[in-house]
Design a protein around this ligand. Structure first.
Ligand SMILES: [Zn+2]
Length: 499
């Protein structure tokens, strides 16, 4: 444009001037062209190609994700889901090691060799009691119990898709290094990744990338609550509850006494504490004094040191309850996860890639679906069009309300994550609405935002060693002299925690 204006001004000059100007123009054009050639960023070229490639395979990834949505397998029982993702990775040239960290459904898929080693985390477990059709009103699936209320079918598939794109680039020698997809089972309360960290599987990894399905597109600058969970089991004496009550000792009384004490304790714990429980066993009949009862507890706080202190007090309440009811008590630690150590350097890089990728555009049918979903909410939801926008990177981190075993990974290696809008804006996690959205293209299109953004971020890491160094320095500073110790101690994976 600028050249055209210049040449039109020159039209009024003498022939000599015109010729001079013409030569100048040619020369300027030549220089500009030469400059253009040198400033084409090779990384940008790889990114543009990655965006196209991943999109081209949308149908295949959609099929994989919806298949896992349909399997909806619970933590540590994700045999079919894990096998499917492993197969897709094998078909694409990855070397898959299955059954790592003494977990049958965990795997590490590797391609390439040498440094850097970039990990992408994949999850695929479902939640109990959330079976739901892919329709915008509550409709359970007959004969089915579990559902993907946290969108982990999308999680696993997007991570595999990103990994496959990186593998192609390594194969074509666009850069060197190793890409690893970590198949992480039982995120929902099973602490799968904790065992994988404990087993040293992340020891050679430089950076870990993850994401989570959500109702917006944003880079994660929110940490998580550290969490300890345990099942408390009480044993008493059975007796006829009416004819010989004095001969019985009720284990259910013990559970109730424990809960009562813990509920009073709520007044005397730090403000940010979260304690929740469910009674998983409380006897079978009112006329039988129950000789066995079980209560399952979570204790959470932004700081793991606080979680340890509060958890010990909950154990004391259990001991007191057993003593007072003349029952016996033992407890089993089920899970334990760290808060998330955030990494600003990596988050900034990921933010740029998320903005390059863009959000999720709904078709007119999807807008109708979204309106129906939103009409089921109790509070005013965000605009449906917000699924197509990108949230600005938060200036400061905060603690957040959930917990995740990604926290333990973030204490092993610099870690970065994001959310993608796979659910209609306003949809809470662990809801029938989340399951419904996850079974539609609203979910699978959101999944593609994550797959693309993670692939682009991995490209940055493979092509820019300075970014890895910066992330590493920040990680070392933030971690300080803390020596990682799993909150769940040295227990073996709780493979039957969903039984
Ligand atoms: Zn989740």
């Amino acid at each position: 444009m600028r050249f055209l204006v210049k040449s039109s001004i020159l039209c009024d000059q003498t022939i000599i001037m015109k010729n001079y100007a013409f030569s100048l123009l040619l020369l300027t054009g030549f220089i500009a062209n030469a400059q253009k050639k040198t400033i084409v960023n090779p990384t940008d070229k790889l990114k543009t190609r990655a965006l196209q490639n991943i999109q081209q395979n949308y149908d295949a990834y959609k099929k994989t994700a919806l298949q896992i949505w349909d399997y909806a397998e619970l933590g540590y029982k994700e045999q079919k889901s894990s096998a499917l993702l492993q197969q897709v990775l094998k078909d694409n040239g990855f070397n898959v090691e299955a059954g790592v960290a003494e977990i049958p459904t965990a795997f590490v898929a590797t391609y390439g060799s040498g440094k850097p080693v970039i990990a992408i985390l994949a999850e695929y477990d479902a939640l109990p009691g959330l079976a739901q059709e892919a329709v915008p009103e509550k409709k359970e699936i007959a004969g089915k119990n579990a559902g993907h209320g946290c969108g982990h079918h999308l999680f696993g598939t997007a991570s595999v898709a990103a990994g496959i794109e990186i593998k192609k680039l390594i194969e074509e020698k666009k850069f060197t290094g190793t890409i690893k997809i970590f198949g992480c089972p039982a995120e929902e309360g099973g602490s799968g990744k904790v065992y994988m960290v404990r087993a040293g599987l992340f020891n050679d990894v430089d950076v870990a990338i993850h994401w989570h399905p959500g109702d917006e597109n944003s880079v994660l600058m929110t940490s998580a609550l550290a969490n300890s969970s345990a099942k408390f089991r009480f044993k008493g004496l059975s007796a006829h509850a009416s004819m010989a009550p004095e001969k019985g000792r009720s284990s259910l009384d013990a559970v109730e006494a424990m809960n009562y004490m813990v509920n009073m304790m709520r007044e005397h714990v730090p403000q940010e504490t979260r304690i929740h429980y469910v009674i998983t066993s409380g006897g079978k009949a009112p006329n039988v004094v129950p000789d066995y009862a079980e209560v399952y507890y979570y204790v959470r706080h932004p700081k793991r040191e606080q979680v340890k202190l509060i958890f010990d007090r909950v154990v004391n309440a259990a001991k007191g309850a057993a003593m007072g009811t003349e029952t016996s008590m033992e407890y089993e630690i089920i899970g334990g996860t760290h808060d998330i150590l955030l990494n600003r350097a990596l988050a900034e890089a990921m933010q740029k890639n998320l903005e390059k990728t863009g959000g999720v555009k709904y078709t007119s049918e999807e807008i109708e679906f979204a309106k129906k979903i939103q009409s089921s909410f109790s509070s005013k939801p965000p605009m449906i069009s917000s699924a197509d926008s990108i949230i600005k990177l938060k200036a400061v981190m905060d603690a957040g309300g959930g917990s995740t075993d990604v926290g333990d990974v973030s204490y092993a290696v610099p870690t970065v994550g994001m959310d993608a809008a796979t659910w209609v804006p306003g949809t809470p996690a662990h809801s029938w609405q989340a399951v419904a959205c996850g079974g539609t293209e609203i979910g699978t299109k959101g999944m593609m935002v994550a797959a693309k953004t993670m692939a682009l971020t991995a490209i940055d890491l493979f092509t820019d060693p300075a970014l890895i160094n910066k992330a590493r320095e920040e990680f070392i500073k933030a971690k300080g002299d803390y020596k990682y110790e799993a909150l769940l101690g040295n227990r073996k994976p709780a493979l039957n925690y969903r039984d």
